[in-house]
Design a protein around this ligand. Structure first.
Ligand code: ADP
Length: 266
């Protein structure tokens, strides 16, 4: 089984205030996945980010922050708005995949996962497994969920990948984003950033800045933290660049692709 995450940065323009899908990239990625599924049988789980659909409304409604009881109805409506926005992106994603002949089934986190202080504490994956054994491709995405302490919170695609990998024991965990992998600092703003083939500790980062400032879920640092939790459990993951044609196909085929492996070993 492979768990593949497609970053929101690939699917949407995160800096944009409007929600727009990058339709041609989405189509290309769907066809790369289809080509690999046709080439070799495998179970596949897809996680995708929320990108420009989720981050602006999550920021506007400050979901995940403590609030006064009097604000509850307003917060609840904000929660609904975010859930609906990320569902729209998921609809675009699933539509593109189904057009390519991929049997995707959306399983939104907001309908079966709950958290405590922004960390997933409950989420029964039996249905997930049931779909997988019947040859479906479950799709889950960055979403809002109920939180036992904070009432509501945002759960990133990166936390979801960590939760799923921990509980489904996949053979491989792959994250596709819009850079080649992890550098010692943001390669988009620092021309001299040094690339890591293997990343083992947050201390390897030169600067601990976030990513796009719009990202409410932690950006690259948040992503690496989740993957280091997995590495602690002995589960390796790899970050690759999905903007490079054929990278998703190749990585699914277990062929050599430039990227960063996150692990605790040397
Ligand atoms: P996604 O939406 O694909 O999950 P994010 O936008 O959250 O990805 O994170 C990817 C972005 O993180 C890159 O576009 C890059 O600009 C930024 N970034 C910040 N610091 C780093 C770093 N040290 N190494 C690589 N990318 C970084």
């Amino acid at each position: 089984m492979i768990i593949l995450k497609i970053g929101g940065s690939i699917l949407t323009n995160k800096d944009s205030k409007t929600s727009e899908v990058d339709a041609s990239t989405l189509k290309r990625i769907a066809s790369e996945i289809k080509a690999s599924m046709d080439n070799s049988a495998k179970q596949l789980v897809i996680v995708h980010g929320a990108g420009s659909f989720g981050h602006p409304p999550a920021k506007k409604h400050r979901i995940g922050e403590e609030f006064d009881k009097s604000q509850y109805p307003q917060k609840r409506l904000g929660f609904c708005e975010i859930q609906n926005e990320v569902k729209k992106l998921n609809t675009f994603v699933c539509e593109a995949f189904i057009r390519q002949g991929l049997p995707v089934i959306a399983l939104p986190a907001s309908s079966f996962i709950t958290a405590t202080k922004k960390r997933i504490t409950d989420g029964n994956l039996d249905l997930f497994k049931n779909y997988l054994t019947r040859g479906f491709i479950p799709v889950i995405y960055g979403d809002v969920v109920l939180d036992d302490e904070l009432e509501f919170c945002v759960i990133s695609g990166d936390q979801l990948i960590q939760y799923l990998a921990r509980n489904l024991s996949p053979d491989r965990v792959i994250l596709a984003t819009d850079v080649d992998g992890v550098y010692d600092k943001n390669p988009k703003t620092h021309g001299d950033a040094v690339f890591f083939d293997k990343f083992t500790s947050l201390e390897d980062l030169d600067t601990l800045e976030g990513t796009t400032n719009i990202d409410v879920t932690g950006g690259m640092v948040g992503k690496i933290k989740e993957l280091l939790y997995l590495a602690d459990l002995g589960i390796e993951s790899k970050i690759i660049n999905a903007e490079v044609n054929d990278n998703i196909f190749k990585v699914l085929e277990n062929r050599q692709v430039k990227g960063t492996i996150i692990s605790r070993g040397n």
